[in-house]
Design a protein around this ligand. Structure first.
Ligand code: TRP
Ligand code: SF4
Length: 577
């Protein structure tokens, strides 16, 4: 079935054989069918060795409660674990990142290694980057603790997009931290500063991009208020499980996040990516919905005066394409003749319902000519804006009460025109935001990486020696004895230390990450030496990062960002659920 909504996700399926990029995490001695990556991923029980970098499986006996067998709860304020990433594709319609990686210019190592595993409609962003067209990237951080190596994934994603020319935004979700987590403003100030310092130290250019905190951004709050006009409590109930006990501030933090996500488009609509963990997907879906709901005009296709859904349209496409065979005059095919043809035409079983409906619509339309057209429906426009749209359409058009049919514009011409008229008449013209999803890192002690369990993560502020010690003390995927390890090989795909190599310590060096994997799986690498090497690399990384944080402090001091709201705000911690 064809995709009819111009802002809808690319439905492309991943290539079976992606060759070089995307294949590196597979050991060369893999016995599975290299050509069917998706099937391999589903069957994690086969013999083949493959770094399954899905951190957060409950292998380590984590304390999570909402991680059922499938682990498919996506709760922005719950526990951030996912048991089965493939399920996210099936259950929530998150798309496989492999479907778009070929459009990405020089993909980041997190993309190549499938740490970034999923997306929603990333295609337009990738293409904009490749063609030097406007694009934006934004993500936000709740300042509830120290920034740690899990946050670094998102920092790196933002920086990568910024280096490729996207307008890039990093924000401190202080309203959310206060409303949903009950942090005091003084605590928030301190953590906010730490997130910003690390982001800048890792390479974010605060002059080219924008850093802000929610609570002091007036334009953001105005936008949040406008979006709130289109959001309903009933959807907060169904999306987030909010109920009569949820604080109003918590709800306000949700509309604020919706505004964050659309904020990069305030000056100009453009493809925008939100890199986040999959727990944020409910927010992304709501933001995509709201972006569409705010639009003045909705675009569809039609063949006659009646409306048709996507399945019906696909049948009309077929009938129209075959008109030479059934129309008395193929230049003026009639609806009634199309109905006769379709009624006799074989279709797949799932299309028999749509066929019945469309045949009836065609019969009702009778002698009306069947003619393809792009239809623009008035959804949110005031009468002047709708008149302006009608006026702006070139060529043949037909005007109805609440829609106008255009006969000479392509879909993309019509979409551009509708957006232009909307912008000229006071609308936002939002492009539905896209997203990228990364895997969660496994905690160093097994189970999930948690900000509240210091031994489970490495904070970007940890003393380098402590970082070293934490790696040395980490759980591994090694065997019980060195002999067994030599004989059977280790299990890098079960190993938090291997994850450190793949997600961070190898940086851009794929060959090094692959070597660690192969040596481990092949029994040539033993955990003692492997951890020593990782621990030293971690110490170096922290030393270097913390030096850069000091330099970043100077940059940050010059920025117009208030890191002392605690002095003026007297908050009440409200909804620490
Ligand atoms: N809710 C996010 C979190 O819990 C933080 C956040 C706020 C955010 N606004 C955002 C993330 C906009 C991405 C985009 O971490
Ligand atoms: Fe993990 Fe390294 Fe041991 Fe392999 S050798 S299980 S990668 S610590």
């Amino acid at each position: 079935m064809r995709d009819r909504d111009h802002d809808a996700p690319d439905q492309a399926q991943p290539d079976d054989d992606r060759g070089q990029s995307g294949a590196w995490w597979r050991s060369p001695d893999a016995t599975g069918d290299e050509r069917d990556a998706t099937a391999d991923e589903r069957d994690a029980t086969g013999d083949e060795r493959r770094p399954r970098t899905d951190g957060g499986t409950d292998a380590g006996g984590g304390t999570d409660t909402d991680d059922g067998a499938d682990g498919v709860t996506l709760d922005p304020w719950g526990s951030a674990t996912v048991g089965d990433y493939e399920n996210l594709f099936r259950e929530f319609g998150i798309e496989d990142f492999r479907a778009v990686i070929d459009d990405v210019p020089a993909p980041h190592y997190l993309m190549r290694r499938r740490v970034i595993f999923g997306h929603r409609n990333y295609g337009p962003v990738a293409r904009a980057l490749a063609n030097d067209e406007p694009a934006a990237a934004l993500s936000g951080f709740m300042p509830t603790g120290d920034p740690h190596i899990g946050h670094k994934l998102v920092f790196d994603e933002l920086i990568w997009h910024q280096k490729r020319g996207a307008d890039t935004y990093g924000l401190i979700a202080d309203l959310e931290a206060h409303a949903a987590r009950g942090l005091s403003w003084d605590e928030i100030d301190e953590h906010a500063r730490d997130y910003l310092l690390s982001l800048v130290a890792l390479g974010f250019d605060p002059e080219a991009g924008e850093l802000y905190r929610q609570s002091t951004n007036d334009r953001l709050q105005e936008l949040a208020f406008e979006l709130g006009g289109n959001a309903r409590f009933s959807e907060f109930e169904s999306i987030y499980g909010f109920d009569g006990e949820t604080s109003v501030s918590h709800m306000q933090s949700v509309v604020t996040q919706m505004a964050d996500i659309l904020y990069p488009q305030l000056d100009e609509p453009k493809p925008t990516v939100i890199p986040v963990g999959p727990d944020q997907d409910p927010h992304v879906r709501l933001a995509r919905d709201l972006a569409a709901r705010m639009r003045y005009f909705k675009m569809t296709e039609a063949y006659a005066s009646f409306a048709a859904d996507a399945a019906e349209l696909s049948l009309l496409d077929e009938a129209y394409a075959a008109r030479e065979t059934w129309a008395d005059d193929p230049d003026r095919p009639r609806c009634t003749d199309a109905a006769d043809w379709l009624a006799d035409h074989d279709v797949d079983t799932e299309l028999t319902g749509p066929r019945e409906r469309v045949v009836e619509k065609l019969r009702n339309a009778g002698m009306e000519p069947l003619r393809p057209r792009v239809r623009l429906l008035d959804r949110n426009a005031d009468p002047e804006a709708f008149d302006a749209l009608i006026e702006a359409i070139d060529g043949e058009k037909r005007v109805f009460d609440a829609h106008v049919d255009t006969f000479e514009l392509s879909r993309s011409e019509a979409a551009d025109l509708a957006r232009e008229v909307e912008l000229d008449n006071g609308g936002y013209g939002f492009v539905a935001p896209s997203s990228l999803y990364h895997r969660f890192m496994t905690g160093l002690t097994g189970g999930k990486m948690s900000s509240s369990v210091p031994a489970s993560h490495i904070s970007l502020l940890d003393d380098p020696e402590d970082g070293y010690d934490k790696v040395k003390a980490a759980t591994t995927g090694g065997r019980s004895t060195a002999e067994k390890q030599r004989e059977l090989g280790g299990e890098p795909e079960e190993c938090p230390v291997y994850e450190l190599y793949a997600y961070l310590l190898s940086a851009d060096d794929d060959e090094f990450a692959q070597r660690v994997y192969d040596e481990c799986a092949g029994g040539e690498r033993l955990c003692g030496g492997c951890k020593e090497q990782a621990a030293e690399l971690m110490r170096e990384f922290l030393e270097d990062h913390q030096e850069k944080r000091e330099e970043a402090a100077k940059l940050l001091a010059d920025l117009d960002i208030d890191l002392d709201v605690g002095a003026s705000r007297r908050g009440v911690a409200s909804d620490a659920d």
